[in-house]
Design a protein around this ligand. Structure first.
Ligand code: FAD
Length: 519
């Protein structure tokens, strides 16, 4: 017999090897020996009260064997001689578009400007240590896209749970832990992601697809409202029939290229701000009600999610990384951009999060109107240049103690940081545009009231968090093709159709289905 059950156990029971089983037996009124096994379907932590509880949704197998975790199978076909689909960009959107093409019997030919995951590491080291940004290989560009050296948080607000499950199963199929199928807040971690990404590439190659690194698309030829050929920076030219454009929100050269060719684009609202970094112990103390003590070893590094309306404008936490690192995510020299990542065990001593302010493309960017639909992009660029100059004209970033930022004082010194290129004390309260700076200052005060201990001089604010989402939308019709170019499928975060790894992957699948539907 199989019984579905919701179980709630405390820290003490969680710590016992058979705590869950004993609780299931007790709730079902049976002997523990009658239970042959328990399959966990969902796990979450409820830390709202001092008595922290673990919530489980399980299937209890009574006097019958527990089935193996299903061995996920995807129907990949040999596509070596099939019709090609060209995919530009090998981030989550491009990778999942390629996998879906193979399932549908088409040959993906992927063109990626960056390097494979191993070679990419050297370029990340150069940013951190030598302050040199390779403009084709960095934290945003290269195999796996911006998702590879990230936190690998797999949350999405998408309501299409079936599709989400498929994406997760495919990650497990390619080597991610099956814990992601169970956790309420799943994440993979930057140390595990490269292997998953590499396995995805190997599947694509094994079934006859192609993946070309160091192949930046620099131009294309249009004829009769179609792209007929694409040119690469290495001089190669490829004839194409269908093109999925999955170049992400940092591929500014692609936005300029489309704009120069008078291909319709649309300015999009987005968000920008700073990253705030606290000692993880402070966040644990607040969230787990254990101020001044270490969190229980059964508990993961605590996360938080904050939002506040300031003068009808949203100020909110974004991409919070417990036990993580702040990383330099610029894609060009002369700019400083910060973002966050964490390893699978989230065992670093810092907690960081983007704290960003909504920027409305229609109302907030009037000074940038001359840039037309690229006004948000230019605003973003200006802020990143400002961070570069105020951070010391290197990849070191401008920083300020949180309390000094809010009170409008330069910090004489800064707290320790996980940001490897280092920090330079800067008056960010006066440097940031008022729209962002004053909203953030009010937002931080309000956050301090929601989470007592959050507003502290032991935290740094670090600038700038500018690449939260695309400032440009590449329009598409209900067929998912661009309204003016019938064989171009804008895809993923760059087009404005995704906001994270999972939604980008889902959009990649959708675009592959659309691009292959009439071939
Ligand atoms: P991208 O991942 O940006 O991929 C685009 C690809 O296109 C890149 O590989 C790029 O090199 C390539 N490309 C660009 N231009 C060209 C060209 N001209 N020719 C050929 N190739 C080109 N999201 C989450 O959901 N969870 C997280 O924990 C998380 N953490 C993050 C941490 C960091 C440090 C960063 C930078 C991002 C993080 N994100 C996270 C965001 C997430 O990575 C993106 O939402 C996601 O990767 C978008 O996928 P994409 O495929 O649309 O674009």
């Amino acid at each position: 017999m199989i019984k579905a059950l919701q179980l709630r156990i405390n820290l003490h029971q969680e710590g016992k090897p058979n705590g869950l089983l004993l609780k299931a037996a007790y709730d079902l009124g049976i002997e523990p020996s009658e239970i042959s096994g328990i399959k966990i379907l969902r796990k979450s932590i409820d830390a709202r009260k001092r008595n922290i509880m673990f919530n489980y949704k399980v299937e209890v197998y009574i006097n019958e064997p527990v089935p193996e975790n299903s061995d996920y199978q995807f129907d990949y076909k040999d596509v070596s001689k099939a019709k090609p689909i060209h995919i530009i960009g090998f981030g989550p959107a491009g990778m999942y578009a390629a996998l879906r093409c193979i399932e549908l019997g088409f040959k993906p030919i992927v063109l990626e400007r960056g390097k494979n995951v191993q070679d990419r590491r050297r370029d990340l080291k150069a940013i951190n240590q030598d302050h040199f940004v390779n403009e084709d290989s960095n934290y945003c560009f290269g195999e796996g896209g911006a998702g590879t050296y990230s936190d690998g948080k797999l949350y999405t607000r998408s309501l299409k749970r079936g599709d989400v499950r498929r994406i997760f199963e495919n990650l497990v199929f390619h080597g991610a832990t099956d814990q992601i199928l169970v956790d309420a807040h799943p994440h993979i971690g930057t140390n595990k992601l490269p292997k998953v990404v590499q396995n995805i590439r190997e599947t694509i190659l094994k079934f006859g697809g192609e993946v070309h690194f160091e192949s930046r698309v620099s131009d294309f030829t249009l004829k009769d409202h179609k792209i007929v050929a694409i040119q690469l920076q290495n001089g190669n030219e490829l004839d194409v029939e269908k093109v999925i454009l999955a170049t992400g929100h940092s591929a500014r050269d692609i936005f300029y290229l489309l704009n120069d060719k008078h291909i319709q684009l649309k300015a999009k609202s987005f968000a920008m701000g700073v990253r705030v970094e606290h000692p993880q112990d402070i966040i644990d103390g607040i969230q787990y009600h254990c101020k001044g003590e270490k969190r229980d070893e059964l508990l993961p590094a605590a996360a938080y999610s904050l939002v506040q309306q300031v003068n009808n404008r949203g100020v909110y936490s974004f991409c919070m990384c417990p036990g993580g690192f702040i990383v330099p995510a610029a894609t060009a020299n002369g700019e400083v951009v910060v973002n966050g990542m964490s390893p699978s065990r989230r065992n670093n001593t810092f907690a960081n999060s983007g704290i960003v302010v909504e920027i409305n493309a229609d109302n907030d960017l009037y000074k940038y109107e001359p840039f037309g639909e690229l006004k948000g992009l230019e605003y973003q660029k200006d802020l990143e240049r400002l961070a570069f100059t105020s951070g010391g004209r290197r990849q070191s970033a401008p920083g300020q103690r949180l309390t000094d930022f809010v009170e409008g004082k330069l910090s004489p010194n800064l707290n320790e940081t996980s940001y490897q290129p280092g920090l330079k004390s800067a008056p960010m309260h006066s440097l940031l545009p008022k729209l962002i700076g004053s909203s953030l200052r009010k937002g931080f005060k309000a956050f301090g009231e929601k989470m007592h201990g959050y507003y502290t001089e032991e935290a740094n604010v670090i600038g700038v968090e500018s690449r939260t989402s695309s400032p440009v939308n590449i329009p598409r019709t209900e067929t998912l093709a661009h309204p003016e170019i019938s064989n171009l499928y804008p895809c993923g975060e760059g087009g404005g159709y995704a906001g994270g790894i999972i939604s980008a992957a889902m959009d990649g699948e959708r675009c592959a289905e659309a691009a292959t539907s009439n071939l």
